[in-house]
Design a protein around this ligand. Structure first.
Ligand code: IPM
Ligand code: MN
Length: 367
């Protein structure tokens, strides 16, 4: 029996049958020349339809021929109800050892809102420094005839999501609640820089800043100055600015104007739901939570929730999860496989969750 060699974050190359050292253990290369690398993927199926759609995503990734080695993590609302575990430091440290995390969906109606969101999803975003949330939108908006193709880059570790603020005299008529928005020059600039680097590689080479600089004058001013300064370093990339309310109109009426959008965490959360709605629905909306500095694994998840009402019915569309896995492959330097998945998803197969997964897997495998 050959053992498959793993080389951590860097692709390893060896010759078929060659003895190699993998994680300080001797192993024999099980692939043909120059094609050795199994990406280590942490799988968090989560709650509701999460495990169903994740299974299809893994099936499709395997159909590309890219070698992955998956490890399941039982996390989410159901796990929390069972034994109280949300995401301990120990589990978080285990996750740090993987090349990527593929997540289905978390949340169950029996757990009050905020617990799993903050304790699991946002904890991963903050603690793994997943500072870019990348959400691509390709589709034809209602009332349009040609498809649009744009990407929202949402800042993913700051803004109103940090949990700054508090409550005083709760439950009394004198209650006060504040919830601040934290914007650091470092955090804002690295996100904007990512957007420009991405745009520079795309055909249209254009970045739009979306904010509310006319009202949020402190944060907006920081964003606008950081944007202008980064833009000056990318003379080949065109720029525009839209207020977030106006952007909502353009998403519906003129989505073709956009190439790359960069925006604040909360604006990006809201805008990307609208992006999904005008691009074929939330069943197609994929997302990547990226640590572009690669100091740890990035996390890939469909934008949709756990949809407990349709669990086990076969009605969940796994395409968003499959497209999120394609984003994962892009980030693991396997974008040729990612492109094949996107092309297969473009044929828009129908049927049950498993039917759709099988159809996409078959196209990807060339069967
Ligand atoms: C998303 C979700 C999350 C967010 C929730 C579940 C915390 O809506 O990924 O867009 O607000 O970021
Ligand atoms: Mn959201």
């Amino acid at each position: 029996m050959f053992k498959v060699g793993y080389f951590g974050l860097e692709p390893g190359i060896c010759r078929f049958g060659e003895e190699v050292l993998c994680h300080e253990e001797k192993a024999t290369c099980a692939f043909y020349d120059g094609l050795l690398m199994a990406h280590r993927i942490a799988l968090i199926g989560g709650d509701g339809i999460g495990p169903e759609v994740t299974a299809e995503a893994v099936k499709v990734v395997r159909a590309t021929g890219v070698a992955i080695d998956t490890t399941d993590f039982d996390l989410g609302g159901m796990r929390y109800l069972r034994d109280g575990e949300i995401l301990s430091d120990d589990v978080l440290n285990q996750l740090r050892g993987f090349d990527a995390i593929l997540l289905g969906a978390v949340g169950t109606p029996d757990v009050p809102p905020g617990i799993i969101e903050r304790g699991l999803l946002l904890k991963m975003r903050f603690d793994l420094d997943l500072y870019v949330n990348q959400r691509p939108f390709v589709g034809t908006a209602p009332g349009h005839v040609t498809p649009h193709d744009f990407i929202v880059i949402r800042e993913n570790t700051e803004g109103p999501y940090v949990g700054e603020g508090g409550v005083l005299r709760r439950g009394t008529p004198y209650e006060i609640a504040t919830q601040g928005s934290v914007n650091t020059r470092h955090g804002v600039e690295r996100c904007i820089r990512y957007a420009f680097e991405l745009a520079a590689k795309r055909e249209r080479k254009h970045v739009t800043l979306v904010h509310k600089t006319n009202v949020l004058t402190f944060a907006g001013d920081l964003w606008q100055r950081a944007f202008n300064e980064v833009a000056a370093q990318f003379p080949q990339v065109g720029t525009a600015y839209n207020h977030v309310d106006a952007a909502c109109i353009y998403f519906v009426e003129d989505p073709h104007r956009y190439d790359v959008i960069v925006t604040d965490n909360l604006f990006g959360d809201i805008l990307t739901d609208l992006g999904g709605a005008v691009s074929g629905g939330i069943g197609l909306a994929s997302s990547a939570n990226l640590n572009p500095a690669r100091t740890g694994p990035s996390m890939f998840e469909p934008s949709h929730g756990s949809a407990p009402d349709i669990v086990g019915t076969g009605k969940a569309n796994p395409t968003a999860a499959i497209l999120s896995a394609a984003l994962m492959l892009d980030f693991l330097n396997e974008s040729a496989a990612g492109d094949r998945i996107r092309a297969a998803c473009g044929t828009a197969p129908t049927g049950s969750t498993v039917d759709i997964g099988n159809a996409i897997a078959a196209i990807v495998a060339g069967k």
